[in-house]
Ligand binder design. Structure first.
Ligand code: COA
Length: 377
């Protein structure tokens, strides 16, 4: 009996038809339905195959719209730049389940070569009109096979899960992953700060209170590559994120971050058109970087921004530095992007200190995410 799915690692998808694209898609859909989806190929997404890329983007957009409404939005430019801008220290493979030229499902793999070389991160989705035909299972199997080929021993994905706090988030993924042997390894909460709704006077008062406790420190705000005075200290603190953040059962291990890694990250952001707004706090006496925070603005995204790492060195905790950093960086974002509306953040549910700071500066609960993980090999 022929296998319902074939994997074509280096193959390109079928050649773009000369016909009108709408006709092509309608025909593909009819063909897949006629075959009751008994055959589809899993192919690497070739950035030069424009029709395939368009269909791949449409598949991702349809999943976002159907399953994750009300959470931070998906933007096609992020997916497009991810196809052509490659990280020097991790491989991001894009795969698609294709039936007659039409993408029915996608699988994005992240294989780090810098650290955590035992782990593979992934995202997968199947178009809402093509579910329960085995496509998701085939993509998941492919992810696990690629992980095993690379000698990795664990595979994981972050997934928004349904909750009364996020009524428009659907829940197909959780039961699917659990049924495939995945375990919930970290529970996280998603919060959003609606900038126009922040009580700026309350924030001013908080700023003054924090200022009392932080006289020994100096704040500095910038974007892009940190200057030479900061970069080593920031690299050290980025590295500490791996160990200081609550991780539950998620098997993320310590990373190695150097000043060169930080420079490389900023270079990648430049190529992707991302702006990284950062505030650092420096201990005046020693010159040590005591903490930092960052907010990322993605290319062509004028309403939504994303909170990145925030950390205060344990040697300098208890001086309200976390709150000061957050307020300063949020205000810098508002000055640089005055029409920005929302900033999104995610924290482990157990990270009560960070959550308390986020609530104090205006973040409100918007949903929940779980890291699903499976040990393999
Ligand atoms: C999760 C998802 C990828 C599954 O894709 P799919 O093509 O429908 O999956 P399959 O057809 O291979 O499903 C295989 C089995 O998984 C289980 N399953 C799938 N969806 C399920 C659901 N909503 N509830 C319970 N079980 C489910 C069933 O056992 C199913 O077998 P069955 O159809 O014979 O009952 C798809 O629903 C999706 O894209 N969801 C949004 C994105 C997402 O949640 N991704 C999670 C993986 S990162």
């Amino acid at each position: 009996m022929p296998s319902p799915v074939s994997v074509l690692p280096e193959a390109r998808s079928p050649k773009p038809s000369q016909r009108d694209e709408r006709y092509r898609l309608a025909r593909a859909r009819a063909l897949c339905q006629a075959r009751a989806m008994t055959h589809f190929d899993i192919v690497r997404v070739d950035p030069a195959d424009h029709l395939l890329v368009r269909s791949w983007l449409a598949a991702q957009e349809s999943v976002q719209e159907h399953d994750f409404r009300g959470l931070s939005p998906w933007h096609p430019l992020g997916a497009l730049t991810g196809l052509v801008v490659h990280d020097p220290d991790s491989r991001r493979e894009k795969w698609a389940a294709v039936c007659d030229g039409e993408v029915l499902g996608y699988l994005n793999l992240n294989l780090s070569d810098r650290d955590n070389t035992h782990l593979v991160g992934f995202e997968a989705g199947v178009r809402p009109d093509s579910r329960r035909h085995g496509i998701g299972s085939a993509l998941l199997r492919h992810a696990e096979e690629r992980a095993a080929e690379e000698g990795r021993t664990a595979i994981c994905t972050w997934l928004a899960v349904p909750h009364e706090d996020s009524p428009d988030v659907r829940g197909d993924g959780g039961p699917f992953l659990i049924g495939n042997g995945y375990q919930r390894s970290l529970e996280a909460a998603v919060r959003v700060c609606e900038l126009a709704a922040v009580d700026e006077e309350a924030l001013d008062r908080l700023w003054d209170e924090c200022g009392e406790k932080s006289r020994e420190f100096e704040l500095t705000t910038f974007h892009g590559v940190p200057d030479d005075r900061l970069i080593d200290g920031m690299a050290y603190l980025h590295q500490r994120m791996y160990t200081d953040m609550p991780l539950g059962e998620w098997d993320l291990q310590e990373g190695r971050i150097t000043a060169d890694t930080v420079r490389q990250w900023e270079r990648q952001r430049l190529l992707r058109g991302q702006l990284n707004i950062q505030t650092a706090v420096v201990h005046k006496e020693s010159g040590d970087v005591a903490g930092f925070t960052e907010i990322q603005v993605h290319a062509a995204e004028e309403r939504h921004a994303w909170q990145g790492n925030t950390i205060v060195d344990p040697r300098f905790r208890g001086h309200k530095l976390g709150t000061l950093l957050k307020i300063a960086n949020q205000r810098r974002l508002e000055r640089m992007r005055p029409f920005m509306r929302y900033v999104w953040t995610g924290n482990a549910e157990s990270n009560t200190q960070m959550i308390a700071i986020n609530e104090a500066v205006g973040y409100r609960l918007a949903g929940h995410e779980t890291v699903f993980q499976k040990k393999i090999g």
